[in-house]
Design a protein around this ligand. Structure first.
Ligand code: AMP
Length: 313
């Protein structure tokens, strides 16, 4: 399962990515997290990245691409990944496409988490993170404040305010998003890989909508592959090979304009009752005429109109 999560800073894609990791057991690859780790470890790369990050600008493509290449080559990314915060511009998206083409593992879905600008501003400037990386809880002083100011409800550690979550930097980051990252929506639309969900409301509801899209766009392929494997077990190697060969193009997702609502599983078509041989047309006509004719002496009672509900006085 190879997914890119698109969305402005503060759209909640990081939170959703964490839940997707739990559900689908594939790693979240966040360039923001990787860069922050490099900054706090004081590596060369971190030093180079820090100035751009503090200014709300994008870190140079070569730094980020090097990081991504290294991360995606790790064994845990073989079964798939959720890219969060990458790509951030068209050149990065093109490089990602080439990288994945070389691995024979093209991207399957670009999922946009769509949120209005005013909401983003409050979400970002009000965001507070638990300083304990193992806990990772996230709060917001406007929407979900901790019980005790600056203390994590879950583990009691202090809360931190990301240095790039101040109002000035947030404004710059949102501008950068509009100018450089938003064009990726058209980029992935043109590849028929774009789907979107509204990123406002209950986190669980947004997550469910995202999973529904994933199930529709990606899971069918996995299912067909599973069937193919089962067929091999039954000695139907040839048909299995055909099934999997047919399945491969299904990785291209069908275009759907808006977030696809949860599709209920198709009901099995009702069994057709064995058809009686069709009567000749003339015979059929006669039958109808016969049925329609009222019986002598017993005029058919007309269906009474429904009694109107009495209006309360
Ligand atoms: P994020 O946590 O995704 O909001 O990223 C925080 C900061 O890291 C961004 O404002 C950028 O400065 C930098 N950054 C993260 N991902 C990228 C990327 N793909 N390309 C360039 N800079 C990035």
């Amino acid at each position: 399962m190879r997914i890119v999560l698109l969305g402005a800073p503060g759209s909640g894609k990081g939170t959703q990515a964490k839940q997707l990791v739990e559900k689908y057991k594939i790693p979240q690859v966040s360039t923001g997290d990787l860069l922050r780790a490099a900054v706090s470890a004081g590596t060369e790369l971190g030093k180079k990245a820090k100035a751009a990050m503090d200014a709300g600008q994008l870190v140079s493509d070569d730094i980020v691409l090097g990081m991504i290449q290294e991360r995606l080559s790790k064994p845990d990314a073989k079964a798939g990944f959720i890219l969060d915060g990458f790509p951030r511009n068209i050149p990065q998206a093109q490089s990602l496409d080439s990288m994945l083409a070389r691995l024979g593992q093209p991207l399957q879905l670009a999922l946009l988490v769509d949120v209005d600008q005013e909401v983003l501003m409050k979400r970002l400037t009000g965001r507070r993170n638990c300083s304990n990386a193992a806990c990772g809880a996230i709060y917001n002083i406007y929407f979900s404040s901790p019980k005790t100011a600056n203390k994590c409800d879950k583990c009691g550690s202090s809360l931190t305010h990301r240095s790039d979550d101040n109002e000035d930097t947030v404004r710059k980051r949102l501008t950068v998003y509009e100018q450089q990252t938003a064009p990726l929506v058209s980029y992935y639309k043109a590849q028929n890989k774009l789907r979107s969900v509204k990123g406002v409301g209950a986190v669980g509801e947004i997550f469910k909508n995202m999973c529904d899209i994933i199930e529709v766009q990606i899971r069918p392929l996995a299912n067909v592959m599973g069937q193919a494997a089962a067929a091999v077990g039954k000695g139907k190697a040839a048909s299995a090979a055909k099934a999997s060969a047919k399945a491969a193009p299904a990785a291209k997702v069908a275009p759907v304009k808006k977030a696809a609502p949860a599709k209920p599983a198709k009901k099995a078509a009702p069994k057709k009752v064995a058809k009686k041989p069709a009567p000749k047309k003339t015979a059929a006509k006669k039958k109808v005429v016969k049925k329609a004719a009222p019986k002598k002496g017993k005029p058919k009672a007309k269906a009474k109109p429904k009694a109107k509900a009495k209006k309360p006085k």
